[in-house]
Ligand binder design. Structure first.
Ligand SMILES: *Cc1c(COP(=O)(O)O)cnc(C)c1O
Length: 390
């Protein structure tokens, strides 16, 4: 008897989330309202460190808002890792800025600080880092580079809730803004959604207005004791990036379960580590002693010398035939037609990311999986490696 297909990812939405959504639907308030406020406050309280959190309809929106609030515009350069999802880079183009891609550190798969230094020019204004898979970038080194060159830093923390660096949660580190994603496959979900957090009051004020059509109610209330409910002022051509209360109702419950979620993900990752030991694979790095890895992605690499794009494709096919879903994170942006052609990019300029691209396979990892599912994935991997060797 063949076992059912084990998908790459599944959301973990329970009765409590469904009840909360039904309650919101019945309340008559379905768009941005009390649930969004509750979600923002609970999220900021979870992070601590005096941050303010703004709920948005996606991490992409949050990244766009953060970059816009920094005043990035035409001709400005922003350094972005090539090993990421296109959302991290596309928002620079929304503002007519230019993207400079940086290579990765081959051990962590995070952006290589040494390559950030090489990519800085007189036009560089900001760095966007991505905590790949949920493992924190070297934020001490990135902070030092930013201070030395007067650059702003945004953390794309779509993978990194909750992740720590030196015991401090991502979201409270020394960057200008941090953006989380609640897309369906992330460590917690609202279907679609995101959260942008910052301690910079001016940025928060700008993002709050730009998130909803450039409407600023605060500016007015500052001078008037009583604002009539119908009155508002448009201070900029803003966006439509607000979160709905339906999504926030899910988020409030998911947030209460995040501790349970990360424990489960960590147990699954440890099981993979244990069972994959000794196979011709490069396993993902562990976090530093005492730090939390959010384990959004568990990515193995076929060992150097064995990998070609054909071998990797065959490996994925064999796993799929064995009923195991996988993915690849990522096809580096320097290989994507838009980015390649726009900036005339050559894979040889990103040797580490390009090598990793040939080797990477993301394995199933989600809270609804069991340790027995991990065993099953590893058996299929053993067989696939054997078949590839023949
Ligand atoms: C998922 C993801 C995003 C985009 O998140 P959305 O909420 O879907 O906009 C951005 N960056 C990275 C690294 C991601 O993995």
């Amino acid at each position: 008897m063949t076992e059912p297909f084990l998908p790459y990812s599944l959301p973990d939405i329970g009765e409590a989330e469904q009840a909360a959504v039904r309650e919101t639907l019945a309340s008559g308030w379905v768009t941005t309202g009390p649930k969004c406020k509750e979600f923002e406050e609970a999220f900021a309280a979870y992070l601590g460190g005096g941050v303010t959190a703004l709920a948005v309809n996606s991490a992409t929106s949050g990244l766009h808002l953060a970059l816009e609030a920094m005043g990035i515009g035409p001709g400005d350069e922003v350094i972005v890792p090539t090993m990421t999802f296109t959302a991290t880079a596309e928002i620079v183009r929304y503002l007519a800025g230019d993207v400079c891609f940086a290579d990765l550190d081959p051990t962590t798969l995070n952006i290589d600080p040494a390559d950030i230094r090489r990519k800085i020019t007189g036009r560089t204004k900001a760095i966007i880092v991505v905590h790949y898979g949920g493992l924190c970038c070297d934020m001490d080194e990135i902070g030092a580079i930013a201070r030395e060159h007067g650059l702003r830093v945004i953390e794309d923390a779509a993978h990194a809730f909750p992740t720590t660096w030196g015991g401090r949660l991502v979201g409270t580190l020394d960057s200008d803004a941090t953006v989380f994603s609640f897309y369906a496959n992330k460590t917690m979900t609202t279907g679609e959604g995101g959260m942008v957090v910052s301690r910079d009051a001016a940025m928060i004020e700008r993002m709050r207005a730009m998130r909803l059509h450039g409407i600023n109610r605060d500016a007015f209330t500052r001078f008037q004791s009583k604002t009539p409910a119908w009155y508002y002022e448009v201070v900029a051509p803003g966006f439509k990036y607000n979160m709905t209360d339906v999504a926030a109702a899910m988020g409030v419950i998911q947030l209460t379960r995040i501790g349970e979620f990360v424990e489960k993900r960590d147990a699954l990752a440890r099981r993979y580590d244990e069972l994959l030991q000794g196979l011709p694979l490069i396993l993902p790095p562990r976090p530093r002693q005492g730090d939390t890895h959010a384990w959004h992605i568990y990515a193995i690499r076929l060992q150097e010398g064995t990998e070609t794009l054909d071998t990797r494709a065959r490996f994925i096919e064999l796993l799929s035939e064995a009923g195991i879903g996988t993915s690849v994170h990522y096809i580096p942006l320097h290989r994507q037609p838009y980015w390649r052609d726009r900036y005339n990019l050559d894979p040889e300029a990103y040797p580490q990311a390009d090598l990793a691209y040939h080797q990477l396979v993301s394995l199933p990892l989600y809270t609804k999986m069991t340790l027995a599912d991990v065993d099953r994935v590893v058996s299929a991997i053993r067989q696939a490696l054997k078949d590839l060797g023949e």
